[in-house]
Design a protein around this ligand. Sequence first.
Ligand SMILES: O=P(O)(O)OC[C@H]1O[C@@H](O)[C@H](O)[C@@H](O)[C@@H]1O
Length: 420
Amino acid sequence: MPEFNFITISDLPSIESFYLSSQASTVCEPERRDPSHEPAWLDSTPPINKKVPPIIPLPLFQPQCSLHFPPRSPGPNRHFLLGDHGRGVRRRAIQRLPPRADPPWMAGRASSVERVKERATGLDKFVLREARGSSAEVYLYGGQVTSWKNNSGEQQLFLSKKASFKPPKAIRGGIQICFPQLGNHGVVEQHGFARNRLWSVDESPPLPDTTSDCHIDLILKQSEEDMKTWPHSYELRLQVALSPRGDLILTSRIKNKNADGKPFQFTFAYHTYFSVSDISEVRVEGLDTLDYHDNLQSKIRCTEQGDAVVFESEVDRIYLSAPPKIVTIDHEKKRTFVLRKKELPDVVVWNPWDRKAKAMPDFGAEEYKCMLCVGAARIEKPITLRPGEEWQGRQEISPVPSSYSSGLLDPEMIQQMQRI
Ligand SMILES: O=P(O)(O)OC[C@H]1O[C@@H](O)[C@H](O)[C@@H](O)[C@@H]1O
């Protein structure tokens, strides 16, 4: 889901201040010429995202300007009203905005989803190619995303050179689906069984929540073997989608299918291995002042003291009740991952550092330097589902230039988003 819609309005009337409204609601009232002002809101229906400031200074008196709007505000081909503030809508103008045109190089390009049998591993995977250049690879084994490249073809996820693709070992890297438990708190194996089971293509997926035309739907159901340790019938659906902007969107739905009337409880995580240039140059923002369980200290509860999490040694934590947006900034690569999450309040942060790296057979001794796990999770308050009930969780990751940091947007990012 894009955070902003952009429109270009031509022939702005030369008025000192103005407001814009759409068919549905008033959008915002830009303050006169001062870009540092927060927009005032002319009415409260609906309160769109008040946190969004007018990032692009509104160049009044110029024949054309670009404005940004929060989600749900008008998109292309809708009417806008332009009026001069304070004197009603005297210079009322209605503009029908042209749909945003695709760049010329996109002509004739379409998104595709291809099923491929990997020769080296013998495993089936799906290769998603979004028309604007981003791509992803998703294995039926583990329902695991192992590759995600942005619109420029740069890999965003870490996959160990020593990763094993042989069941029952989970693939070391990408995004592991941890269900029905994270860690070793529970009756099943570490991080649950979903990451090392063979999933199927979901032949009757629910309607997608995204506007993406590039996605794959997978499903995992109970096996007789798993019923011995976790005696429940369930459907775990996973949709992996690429947005036109190159975002990677994972949506999971879990349904209790027990016929015996029994509820079940589970925890869940998208154990996400990001590729980073140099771990000592990376910071994670959005977790300041939060409590976390420190797995390195018998899971004791601590409170984050820094304004960002930085890495100088092994880190193995579960941050609790984190905000919906977490930002991982890779200074050296000048790249930032913005992670947005729904129904997944907690965040896993893990880097094994040197000693543990050496002890893992499927991980290179030096690879801890170029990876970091930051993933949305639901751990502290497990989910309980009664038969017939369904839970849905979501993680969206957007790669953006590094000048972006939490809560702020910069013109470079705006320009890049406008080009898409
Ligand atoms: O080796 P695994 O099972 O994939 O787990 C990797 C790491 O995953 C983290 O989430 C755990 O907190 C760590 O303790 C663990 O080492």
